[in-house]
Design a binder for this molecule. Sequence first.
Ligand code: PAZ
Length: 307
Amino acid sequence: MDSRNGSVSETPLDAEIGSFFDSAPPLKDCDGIAKKLKDFIEFNSPPPVPLEQCCVRYIDNFSSGHRGATSTEYFIKAGYAVIFLYRRGTFQPYCRSLPEDSLLECFECSDDSAIQVRQPYTEAVKRAISDHHAAVAGGHLLKIPFTTIFEYLQILRSTAMAMRDLGSHAVYYLAAAVSDFYVPWKSMAEHKIQSASGPLDMRLVQVPKMLSALKKAWAPMAFCISFKLETDSKILLEKAEMALRKYRMHMVVANELSTRKEEVTVVTGNEKILVCCDKTRSDSDVEEPLIELIVGRHSAYVKDSDL
Ligand code: PAZ
């Protein structure tokens, strides 16, 4: 309290907090979220419920897993068997028509305590269950979860070793957003880093370029497709071409963050093919024509390799 005029004076912490929020990008759908909170709180009051946020830190690259999950469905439809490596908590194949945030929205308990699917979701849930079951039980889909980069790269290597005999019939579709930097396990703090110790100095080491190992040692005959994501359209194609040459990929799928769901450019040794979703259809996605293109190119590659 400022004793001279009775007003509350700003502490350095207040200023720090103020500047954090002032400089943060505006929250999308701020009004919508505020309304949902208000409605929810009104519906539940009293008593008030304290909310506590508990967070363990991590460094992350952006990826929802949507590309991998959707592509998996189209590969299976085209007759491929898919080993789907996914990070826990990301999108899953056959779940596109279900609510993104809470699966529980789909269900309700009837008076006799039976659980049933709520009407608007009946068809979507039925389709998701039967397509998923057919893919898994039919032996077309194997799902392997991971959490850390250590797990992901070890599973990728084991998968490549297991698929070695498939030669040119194997396809690697590497839509994952793999971090370029990591903290080596041995130099990692064992317990949660304490913020009371002040600013954090941490040395990140570059993740070895595993695409090279995949192409040279683990799966030299396989058909390999990697992805390049940029936010600056001016450098996207150039970076994709560099990756194509450097890692000797068969294709690099170049996409921009903001338009990645509508269009991608497939870069090959001598082409740049723009692949778009059908904007006249609300249920259209870019993965359908993308996988069609890849399947065609892969078939040609297998034929050539068998000659
Ligand atoms: O996972 P998602 O559907 O939200 O996004 C897909 C993507 C942008 C992660 C993928 O298309 C991609 O470009 N992956 C490679 C990213 C990179 O350059 O490391």
